[in-house]
Ligand binder design. Structure first.
Ligand code: DAH
Length: 328
């Protein structure tokens, strides 16, 4: 075999091998094998000395061509491998933007707070303003000024949390009526949401709960207005299908007094007390009962929440169990 054929077969073999190299390392090994210091091509060059002088230039030329060709094949394969390796890295780095991210859970208002604000907004839209009173209250505001006599059960220490003889955790928001009338001149229309306290604890009673008091004082206020506001309130709070009914009742600070039931989802719920402000209450705050008339009402925010959302156990509202709270 002449050296031309020999070189040709070296080139063919080199091309085969190089084109099958999978990565930079394999490729580098092949570069060493063919072009390295003791590589195949380098070794061929050393044969130059053994050749007849006239053969040398031509042999040198074809070996150089062989080296150039192999160099070129190596370069081409190197480029292919680099591309493939890059693609491989990108493949690993690739981010799928359609996969949902890790969500941070954000809290939200407690259902009671939401309902309380909704109810405030309803009354604000009807011209009432929102006022607040202290949770630690003087018994004069909580009872006496509200025409509540000594014998009334609410005054009993079994029902209330007394701090001393004259101070207690208020048992209702009605004392805010008194505080408001003492500090403002009629006419006035207020609602007053806030916490109240009683010695009660079962599926429908909490020792601490939320009431909303309403008071509207003007010259010609009647039971018609009372009924209008409460009906409007029920419809806006629970939906147009809600209805109300008034039943005669008794509260020391109203005359006449009523208990109000709301019809919702096929049932009547007892939800609030109301009435026309008793003349003695007006006298206690220095309003002339001949000149002024007032309507008043008070209801439990928990109660409305339970009716609206079908909550069976009032204690769920204070247990802080996320499985319950996350429903709203
Ligand atoms: N304060 C009463 C209670 O807690 C509720 C109530 C009844 C409030 C009649 C009123 C009212 O303003 O007029 O049971």
């Amino acid at each position: 075999m002449g050296y031309k054929e020999e070189l040709k077969s070296i080139l063919d073999e080199a091309e085969d091998e190089i084109n099958q190299a999978h990565n930079s390392k394999e490729l580098n090994d092949l570069r060493v094998k063919y072009l390295g210091k003791s590589g195949i091509v380098t070794t061929l060059m050393k044969r130059l000395k053994e050749l007849a002088p006239e053969e040398r230039p031509n042999f040198g030329k074809v070996v150089n061509e062989l080296r150039d060709s192999i160099e070129e094949i190596l370069e081409e394969q190197k480029e292919r491998i680099t591309e493939a390796e890059k693609a491989n890295v990108y493949q690993k780095l690739w981010v799928d933007p359609t996969i949902p991210g890790a969500r941070r859970s954000v809290g939200h208002l407690h259902i009671l707070t939401k309902v309380q604000r909704e109810l405030e907004d309803i009354f604000i839209s009807m011209g009432f303003s929102v006022v607040e009173g202290p949770e630690i209250e003087e018994s004069w505001f909580n009872f006496d000024a509200l025409n509540t006599p000594e014998w009334h059960p609410a005054r009993d220490s079994h029902d209330s949390f007394y701090i001393d003889e004259n101070l207690l955790l208020r048992t209702h928001t009605s004392p805010v009526q008194v505080r408001t009338m003492l500090s403002r001149k009629p006419p006035l229309a207020i609602v007053s949401p806030g916490r109240v306290y009683r010695r009660d604890y079962d599926a429908t009673h909490l020792p601490m709960f939320t009431q909303m008091e309403g008071l509207y004082v003007d010259r010609d206020v009647t039971v018609k207005h009372l009924k209008y506001f409460l009906e409007e309130f029920a419809k806006r709070a629970l939906g147009e299908s809600a209805r109300i009914r008034l039943r005669p009742s008794f509260f020391p600070f109203t005359e006449p007094s009523f208990e109000v039931d709301i019809y919702f989802n096929g049932r009547w719920f007892e939800v609030l007390g109301c009435g026309m402000v008793h003349p003695n209450v007006f006298k206690n705050v220095g309003y002339d009962p001949e000149e002024w008339r007032g309507l008043a009402f008070g209801f439990g925010v928990e109660r409305i929440t339970m009716v609206k959302y079908g909550v069976k156990d009032i204690r769920d509202l204070v247990r802080n169990d996320l499985r319950f709270l996350e429903n709203w």
